[in-house]
Structures are given as C-alpha cells and as structure tokens.
Design a binder for this molecule. Structure first.
Ligand code: AVI
Length: 317
C-alpha cells in the first residue's frame, strides 16, 4: 500500500499522462513496485541486456584506480543502491581505511535492507530512505570535516532523464558536493540499433512483462480495468535522439476506466503510451554534460564487450 501523499502523486501523474490529446505518457519511476523490481532484476541477467554486466565488470576491474583518484578518507553515497552487489569492489578497495561509511539512498525499503545485508561486513551502512536529492542533503549533514565524498550513480539511470533534466539533476547534485569529492557516473553508450532493440525487447518477453506491469500496477493500486491482452510492448530506437523508447501499444479501440483517478482514457487502434526513454551516449558527450552541470570529466573507463562508460566527474570551483 502506498503512503497517501505518494498515492496522490501517482493519481496526479496518471491523470496528467493519460488524459487529453497528443502522446500519452507514464513516468518510468512507477515501474518499480515489488513485481516490477523483481522483473528488472531478471532483465539484468538477460543475455540481450549487457548493460548491468558491463557496469559491474568496470567496477570489478578498476575499483582501486577509481577510489585512488580521491584524496583523503572517503565516504561513499549511492543513488538508487539496488541490491548493492555491484558496489562491493568499491567498498572493498577502501578496506584499508580505519572507518568507512556507506550511505545507500533509495525509495525502496526492500532494496535498502538487501543492500545493507550485502555490504554490512565491508562498511558501516547507513541507509537513507528518500529521494536522491533529499538523501544527498542528509549525507551532507552527516559528513565529518576532511572526509571526501564519492557519489555513485551507476546503471545508466541518468539515461532515463530527458537531456535537459539530466543536466539540471547533475547540477543539483553538484551543489550538494564539495571540491575534492567525486561523482562516478555510469552511462550506456551508443551501439548498433539491432543490439539495442534486442536489449529492450528480449526473446523471453521479460522486458514486455516489465513494461506491461505498469498497467497491472495501475489496475491494482488505482482500481483501473486495463486488459493487458489489449496492449503490446514495443521498443523503438530513435537514432537521432540516441534513445530507446518503450511504448505500450493499444491493439484495439478501447476505453479504460481508472476509478481512483476519476478518469476514462480513450485509446485509438495503434495509439501508444510512452513509458520510458533510455538515452545512449557517445563518450565525448559525457564531458559536455559534465561541463554543463558544473563538473569536470576527470577519468573515464570503458567496457570492451558492451559499450558502456564509467566516468569520474569532479566539481569545478
Ligand atoms: C534503470 N534503467 C537504467 C534501465 C535502462 O536500461 O534504461 C531500465 C530498463 N528498462 C528496460 N530495461 C531496462
């Protein structure tokens, strides 16, 4: 059951996204209820979806080099910790420090608990259940003089922001960081469109189930009557915008009632709901994005099997 405030926000977002004319949309953050989080975890193991393994491989190989770039006792904060498994090598590379604080920031209690179990032996884990920026305020209030903060924003979640929002978000992070801190940013890179399309429309249909679960969640929580058989998952690649788009396509002309939102949404045959954008970057675009948000691209590590970059950004003064 959602907290009443969030419930209202969900209602408002669904109403705004599904009423009126033009492209219908739903925010991708609503993918991650318990079922959606489990489906996303399954996606990360799919042969077609190389992103998570590439992210983890770079951290496995270069963690010590990455943490050596910051000078002083390091504390680590992670935005959207997930299970914490990928973070192990980073914390492990700091085991020489007499103390090590790790602040996972996530809206999911389950993810934070799992992450604490996974990483407790390596660090003093101090979970923060909140949005990313509120969590960063909390970290700022808890850090001690002389400590350098390494912020991890992995998994290419930044790609799920519209480009202007990505810069605004990074700039907001920057205001919560000090000179000498670092932001490790994971970004999926542009690759051949057939590889990208397969990653977002896998043969086993896990991504389709992940996408359709958003409608199932609206049925469960907002008492709607979406018939999941009347919608189809679709992944498109827009080469110019360098982004995958995930849509849910209406197979028939239909009207869906969403009781809690007091809304009846009409769909034409073939009309879609845009549920997610996943931007892909060229390595040089990351330096531009860093510059535009008050950071300098200090170092970058690339994976050889799956084009993916881990970039260390440092605040410019
Ligand atoms: C969380 N995010 C980085 C994933 C992505 O690849 O954009 C979400 C996802 N959507 C479909 N598959 C994975």
């Amino acid at each position: 059951m959602l907290a009443p405030a969030l419930d209202n926000e969900f209602v408002r977002d669904v109403r705004a996204g599904l009423s009126g004319f033009g492209q219908k949309t739903l925010p991708c953050r609503y993918f991650y209820d318990a079922v959606g989080s489990a489906l996303f975890e399954a996606i990360t193991h799919l042969a077609e979806y190389g992103l998570t393994r590439a992210d983890a491989r770079i951290l496995q190989t270069h963690a010590a080099e990455i943490t050596r770039c910051l000078h002083g006792p390091i504390i680590v904060a992670e935005l959207g910790s997930g299970s914490g498994i990928k973070t192990r090598p980073i914390l492990d590379s700091l085991r020489h420090q007499p103390t090590l604080s790790y602040f996972p920031i996530d809206v999911s209690t389950t993810a934070l608990a799992q992450c604490a179990r996974e990483l407790e032996p390596l660090a003093a884990v101090d979970p923060i259940e909140s949005s990313y920026l509120e969590g960063m305020n909390e970290v700022a209030s808890r850090r001690r003089p002389g400590e350098k903060l390494l912020v991890l924003f992995l998994g290419s979640t930044i790609g799920n922001f519209e480009p202007a929002d990505a810069i605004d978000f990074l700039a907001a992070l920057r205001t919560r960081m000090c000179p000498g801190d670092g932001l490790l940013l994971g970004t999926d890179l542009v690759k051949p469109s057939d590889r990208l399309l397969a990653a977002y429309d896998d043969a086993a249909g896990v991504t389709a189930a992940f996408n359709l679960n958003l409608l199932a969640r609206i049925n469960r929580e907002l008492h709607a009557d979406f018939n999941l058989r009347h919608f189809q998952h679709e992944a498109r690649y827009d080469a110019e915008a360098q982004r995958i788009e995930m849509h849910l396509r209406s197979c028939t002309r239909q009207t869906v009632r969403i009781a809690k939102a007091e809304l009846c949404a009409d769909f034409a045959v073939g009309e879609t709901i845009l549920t997610e954008v996943c931007h892909k970057f060229r390595a040089d675009q990351i330096a531009d994005m860093a510059r535009a948000s008050g950071f300098h691209l200090e170092r970058q590590w690339l994976d050889e099997d799956w084009a993916f970059a881990e970039s260390l950004l440092t605040p410019t003064s």
